[in-house]
Design a binder for this molecule. Sequence first.
Ligand code: ADP
Length: 422
Amino acid sequence: MLLGAIADDLTGATDLALMLARNGMKTVQYIGVPPEGTDFGDAEAVVVALKSRTIPADEAVALSLASARALLAGGTEQVIFKYCSTFDSTDAGNIGPVAEALLELLDAPIAIACSAFPAAGRSIYMGHLFVGQVLLSDSPMKDHPLTPMHDANLVRVLQRQAKGKVGLIPLSVIEQGADAVRAAVDAAQKSGHRLMIADAVRDQDLRVLGAALADARLITGGSGIAMGLPDNFRRQGRIGTTPLPSRMQAPKGRSVILAGSCSAATRGQVATAIAAGSPALRIVPLEVASGAQTAASIAEWVIANAGVRPPLIYSSDAPEAVKAVQEQLGRERAGTLVEHLLAEVSIMLRDAGFSRFIVAGGETSGAVVEALGTRALQIGPEIAPGVPWTRSIGAPDLALALKSGNFGAPDFFVTAWDMLDD
Ligand code: ADP
């Protein structure tokens, strides 16, 4: 293993794993801290998916350190700490504490923090994160239910979470190339900095950062920060150029689409799948709460409707409807009710011979994968930017497409399904 990564959520981990696989590394994803003595086989990169974005900081630190120890035991040379490209994190949040704990574990003096991902509209200039053309603090992230972002200045945001000094590597340095970046990092280290936000507005900036970080023990950021890292190993002749397949070799069995995300992108994808002829069943949280709609009745409907097109079950709804449900049931109860339901349905379908699952929603994917008993994933072909098909390693043998709510074009479900080979 050359690269070991720790991601603070499941679909973010898959996004990073795809980035590494697309850049030619044999990449495997683990769900949760790999148990002691895990044999990582011939994986060149391993991504550990935690669920640590919004848990208390001390718990996030403990899980991240345990993951890093497992990756170090597997021989990793560098550790990536991956968080969201929109830096989803409150002042009590975990990016600073986890990054500093990893610095200490790895005995590293300083690390870069760069969540930029220009292809997805996340760019950083003068330390300020832009989402598309607006500052993070003016983007929809200002209203995020768990991690509202009211300050676009990442140096300030990270400084409020960190004990050590946080600084900035501005674009003007990055434009001068990898040597200039290395010199700036050295100078920052000498002046007592521990974490450095790095500007990046184009893929080229991320590649320069990647080259500059060839010897860094710890690298932190979004999946974009990993773009330039595989090239370091390739230059040294240590990895090949394993291409990603374009088709998905899936285990035999039936397919189902489960959508538990209420994001605009997912709601559009649900509408497109229905228009394309997928039989669809809406999950109504209040009916689930009253017992009128049960996992057994939903699974039965899916089994009865499995045909040429995969059946779709979805709880996705418009913001006003979600708010009304949350007012009645409470935000958390509404969320866990739907997550548990979809998890239970997944188990029933797996036991009924379904082996291909397309899942929309970060938390939803976490709940479904945990219920299915999947511990590790092989990265397959790319369905959409940031979303690959994956195949479980070990039993049960499943094909899984796990999509963060906001990812993918309107025809995502159809595209994913069309990529499956028998
Ligand atoms: P995303 O990736 O879009 O954030 P997630 O799955 O992470 O999607 O989060 C969506 C949350 O909303 C989950 O906890 C899910 O159970 C909950 N949810 C889904 N549908 C509804 C609904 N109709 N009303 C209320 N909450 C819902």
